[in-house]
Write a new protein. Structure first.
Length: 188
């Protein structure tokens, strides 16, 4: 893409830009962490569970900070709290990123620290890291790099294999609540 194409397609003129009125905007300096978290919660995210093996046991952690990074090489990124017990393992061994379907709330809660003893996890074991059966999609990864992200570590994984189910809808997280994608069939 040339510089001329980039400028004409992406950037808007500063004269056309608008800012929020003072009644809507919250000042950034010395921001209240809770208010910042609440404001960030306005961005709906998908829900993932990162899974890995340690010894002879399979583990997982629910994460909603996930994004694609690169197609060549194939890289994805997750953001993990520095205090996460899983972080040490994920930096040094293969892991799977399981994108949760809207029927997998119990599974997401299981790995978010709210286990349901009556909801066993069905694992898929193949050549990569253990993954969760029935997930909307999965990416089996090897650790690529970890970067300082303040109170988080940005973990890049190199995708070794992946797959998806076309007939499943995503589990979403928005403003601190779990939800599902609205059926858009009426809007066609």
């Amino acid at each position: 893409m040339t510089e001329l194409m980039w400028n004409s397609e992406i950037y808007e003129n500063a004269a056309d830009a608008r800012t929020l009125g003072s009644a809507v905007a919250t000042p950034a300096p010395h921001a209240d962490p809770r208010q910042l978290r609440n404001t960030l919660g306005n961005f709906a995210t998908g829900v993932t569970v990162l899974t890995y093996e340690s010894g002879d046991t399979y583990h997982g952690v629910t994460v909603n900070s996930f994004t694609s990074v690169s197609l060549d090489p194939p890289l994805v990124l997750v953001s993990m709290m520095r205090t996460s017990r899983a972080l040490t393992y994920l930096l040094e061994r293969p892991f799977a990123i399981n994108i949760m379907g809207d029927d997998q709330l119990t599974t997401a809660l299981q790995f978010a620290g709210k286990p349901d003893a009556g909801a066993p996890i069905e694992w898929v074991i193949d050549d990569g890291a253990p993954r969760i059966n029935g997930s909307l999609a999965y990416f089996q990864c090897t650790p690529w790099a970890g970067y300082d992200g303040g109170d988080h570590v940005l973990l890049l994984g190199k995708v070794a294999s992946y797959g998806q189910q076309d007939d499943t809808r995503p589990l979403l997280f928005y403003r601190g609540t779990w939800g599902a994608l609205a059926d858009g069939s009426d809007n066609r």
